[in-house]
Design a protein around this ligand. Structure first.
Ligand SMILES: [Zn+2]
Length: 179
């Protein structure tokens, strides 16, 4: 009988090999949210002067979204461009690439959640500010016009967790900006 043997470590060693950590596999959404949050924190620290998270307000969020445009891959034709209003692929032109509206919208949703998960209060959440919604709506409408794609609500199919449009944001930021 060895059941009372104090030196028995067989059960101990199995639990020791599984240290107390969150589940090893985060969902795609969770890991993307974490990377978004890190990217945003890096962005704030890179400001001159650096912006503390407690000082962060909606204008920093707006600046952050405009900053991300340089890594965008969505052609948004200017009003003077011959391709304005035509769905892509249209042809070569000098209009800028930007973040697609859907990418920004999904990004803001993730960062809004991350802000509160990292100790921020809902009242102070800069991602929940009305100015962000207004900006996103403007981007959506401008991109719809520029590309000739009406962003109408589709009623027949609902995909509540579809964040596929944002999948490349981080790769773009990290490879292009070296963050
Ligand atoms: Zn163009």
């Amino acid at each position: 009988m060895m059941s009372n043997d104090p030196g028995s470590s067989s059960s101990r060693s199995t639990s020791a090999s599984a240290p107390a950590q969150p589940p090893a596999q985060l969902s795609r959404y969770e890991s993307q949210k974490r990377r978004d949050w890190n990217t945003f924190g890096q962005y704030l620290r890179n400001q001159r002067p650096p912006v503390a998270l407690s000082q962060c307000n909606y204008s920093h969020v707006l600046d952050f979204m405009r900053y991300l445009d340089q890594f965008g891959k969505t052609k948004v034709h200017a009003q003077g461009c011959v391709f304005f209003g035509h769905p892509d692929p249209a042809g070569p032109c000098t209009c800028p690439l930007r973040q697609a509206w859907g990418s920004l919208d999904a990004l803001v949703g993730r960062l809004r959640a991350a802000y509160e998960e990292n100790g921020g209060t809902p009242e102070a959440n800069p991602f929940a500010n009305g100015a962000i919604r207004v900006y996103l709506r403007e981007v959506r409408d401008a991109q719809a016009k520029a590309r000739g794609i009406p962003y109408k609500k589709k009623k027949k199919r609902r995909k509540p967790n579809d964040d596929s449009s944002s999948s490349n944001l981080h790769d773009q930021v990290q490879t292009s900006a070296g963050l």
